[in-house]
Design a protein around this ligand. Structure first.
Ligand code: ATR
Length: 273
């Protein structure tokens, strides 16, 4: 049967095999999905080795998303703009195709799974790395009014604001210049949680109605989620739903079938805690 995999380093704890196996069972698609550890110098060759015969598609995770983008011979518009790819497969003519489903994953988790109103929203995005670059255009396309990109290193935030200037209203600032006024939505796209840290956001940026989303997730609430609750935010979400939604979109790109996600998210959450 058809084979799929996630390639990364580290990759052992990836939930993608579990997620895609659940999708396959649910949709009746005949496929297998594994996690493959790849050594850095071998990445490009590993993609080539996997995508032959029954090897039909790969997801790409840290630290290879930019190299996956560079390797591709065709890119979807959303991958082109993201500068990174998380989904690879072959076109009928054999060319290597790259897509990026992270941004649509975030938008679906916010809007569909959590009922967050994106239309007209004033959004604060924390961070300006690869993860944030992948979600800015999908957020703007979903109709948000404006995005302020705040980052520890101001120049990276400025570069992203410029890159997406044609797609909507964006501005950039350092953490010390975040205005002390309420936002409709705050998204943490920094990796600060990994060090148990928290971007310094003024308390006045959060009111009860401010939806707060951390693109990271874990068995315990992330430092950002805990902080958001302490500020009185009533809707606080982590990135588990985004993980499942980006996988669902990749599954649809590969198989032409859209899996149902709510059950898979709930099962993963239960298994984690
Ligand atoms: P990713 O692919 O996860 O986006 P990245 O491109 O290395 O990884 O970006 C990491 C992001 O988290 C950056 O915005 C980084 O800020 P800098 O651009 O100033 O480096 C941010 N970040 C990482 N650790 C942080 C911390 N302890 N506090 C605040 N921001 C942090």
């Amino acid at each position: 049967s058809d084979r799929y995999a996630v390639l990364g380093n580290p990759v052992a704890h990836s939930k993608s095999p579990q997620i895609h196996t659940a999708f396959a069972r649910q949709t009746g698609e005949d496929l297998s999905y594994t996690a493959e550890h790849v050594e850095s110098p071998d990445f490009e060759a590993a993609v080539g080795r996997f995508l032959q015969g029954n090897g039909k598609g790969v997801n790409i995770t840290v630290p290879f998303k930019e190299r996956a983008w560079a390797l591709a011979q065709w890119r979807s518009e959303r991958a082109e703009k993201a500068g990174a790819a998380n989904t690879l497969y072959r076109l009928e003519d054999g060319r290597l195709a790259a897509d990026n489903t992270d941004g649509v994953g975030l938008v679906r988790d916010l809007a569909d799974n959590n009922g967050v109103t994106l239309q007209g929203a004033r959004v604060l995005v924390l961070g300006a790395g690869g993860a944030v670059r992948g979600v800015l255009q999908p957020l703007l396309k979903a109709g948000v009014q404006s995005i302020l990109v705040a980052n520890r290193t101001l120049s990276r935030a400025e570069a992203l604001a410029e890159l997406f200037a044609a797609d909507g209203t964006l501005a950039a600032c350092g953490f010390d210049a975040i205005p002390a006024e309420p936002f409709d939505l705050i998204i943490n796209g920094t990796s600060a949680s990994l060090q148990g840290e928290l971007p310094p956001v003024p308390a006045a940026a959060v009111v009860a109605q401010t939806a707060c989303y951390d693109m990271m997730y874990g068995a315990e609430p992330t430092p950002f989620c805990r902080w958001a609750r302490e500020q009185g935010a009533t809707q606080v979400m982590d990135g588990l739903g985004m993980l499942v939604e980006q996988a669902a979109e990749a599954f649809q790109v590969w198989r032409g079938v859209k899996p149902e996600t709510a059950r898979v998210i709930a099962d993963l959450r239960r298994a984690m805690t």
